[in-house]
Design a protein around this ligand. Structure first.
Ligand code: ZN
Length: 381
């Protein structure tokens, strides 16, 4: 049930920028006011007041890459991963999620993804999805990529399209150019992001197909949104060039050398290193790849191991960036709040500010989550 009015008092706000200690007044699911003297609101009959002395408030996290309806199957049917549950998100401060399909677009469908996005929304969080899957030509809901973006409420772009990966359809430059152009025009017509979200694999080409599109088409760099760039050192270096050209890259959480590959860079370290190299944090986002499979293949291309990725890796790595790598709180938070909101054009998300959706996380100073509000509704605990 939505509490019509409530007040959070005396909370240290990271909006994600540091606003200091303030009060937050919420009405009908929207942040109505943030300021330092809320006495006038305290007297509203029936108002709920949360005394939040000693707590931190930050925007609900946006996880922009989750296999919400399950994924995998890359080692045969036994390797399929489960659907997500609402608790995968709210217990980890995530109030907005973007669903992706992944490798399997035969036994998994966009219809399933759409239904799952709708069902998570019913349970209280905000959801979106990408149309398409790894495959090119792209699979769609309506038979037309552009139409999916314009007509289907949840669809904000196309992805994750696999490139430089043995599981990719090995699309030609022309196929990719057409796909990205279609997505962009869908975005222009509908006011959505219309971006192409690239799954970049381990092949040495890395971001080469994206650089090729940049050189040979007039599609702006803001339409290309590559992920998994911390999966190996070579790709990480290419990502620096992409950022220097004005692009935004996505780091995948939960990657560790022991379970992934020797030269992968854990997300919390990747973030720290990029900032140390002088990269503007506005060009970085971080996502979980939750409920995807994380298969490892031997030199012969055979599957060795398949470890489903839990959704909590995003918040865990965010915490590690702040508490262990000493990344400034506001810079770390931007990568999962205001940056994805900007990149994905989610206009009422990612900020604690009057007029924005009341997606608010309250935690202690060690980022142990205490309360989560999504659209003004207390969803956790
Ligand atoms: Zn992927």
């Amino acid at each position: 049930m939505i509490v019509l009015f409530f007040l959070i008092k005396g909370v240290q706000i990271y909006a994600p920028e540091n606003l200091g200690k303030m009060d937050i007044f919420v009405t009908y699911g929207t942040i109505a006011w943030i300021g330092i003297n809320s006495d006038g609101f305290s007297t509203i009959p029936g108002i709920n007041i949360y005394e939040a002395e000693g707590l931190i408030a930050f925007p609900g996290i946006i996880d922009g890459h989750v296999h919400i309806s399950g994924g995998g199957g890359e080692g045969g049917f036994g390797a399929r991963t489960n659907e997500t549950t609402i608790n995968d998100f709210i217990a980890n401060g995530v109030t907005t999620v973007v669903g992706v399909l992944g490798t399997d677009s035969i036994c998994r469908s966009l219809e399933m993804l759409y239904a799952k996005a709708k069902s998570l929304e019913f349970e209280g969080i905000t959801t979106y999805m990408y149309t398409g899957s790894y495959r090119v030509p792209v699979i769609t809901l309506t038979g037309d990529l552009q139409k999916d973006i314009v007509i289907v409420d949840k669809v904000i772009g196309v992805g994750e399209i696999a490139i430089s990966d043995h599981r990719s359809s090995q699309p030609s430059k022309d196929e990719l150019a057409r796909l990205c152009a279609d997505a962009r025009i869908g975005g222009i017509l509908s006011g959505k992001a219309g971006i192409t979200h690239f799954h970049v694999g381990d092949h040495a080409d890395g971001l080469k197909p994206v650089f090729q599109l940049l050189q040979e088409t007039s599609i702006p760099i803001s339409q290309f949104y590559p992920t998994h760039i911390n999966r190996n050192a070579h790709l990480f270096n290419q990502a620096l060039d992409f950022i220097n050209a004005g692009g935004v890259i996505d780091i995948t959480a939960g990657i560790e050398p022991v379970t992934f590959s020797d030269d992968c860079i854990p997300a919390y370290k990747a973030l720290k290193w990029l900032l140390d190299m002088g990269v503007d944090e506005s060009n970085i986002t971080m996502t979980s790849d939750g409920n995807g499979s994380s298969p490892s293949f031997g030199p012969d291309g055979k599957l060795v191991e398949n470890n489903p990725i839990p959704c909590n890796v995003l918040f865990n790595d965010l915490k590690k960036a702040i508490l262990e790598m000493h990344v400034p709180v506001e810079k770390a938070l931007k990568t999962v709040t205001s940056n994805p909101a900007r990149v994905l054009k989610l206009k009422s998300k990612g900020h604690l500010k009057a007029g924005m959706d009341a997606d608010i996380v309250l935690s202690d100073s060690n980022f142990n989550i205490k309360v989560v509000f999504a659209n003004g509704k207390k969803v956790y605990p």
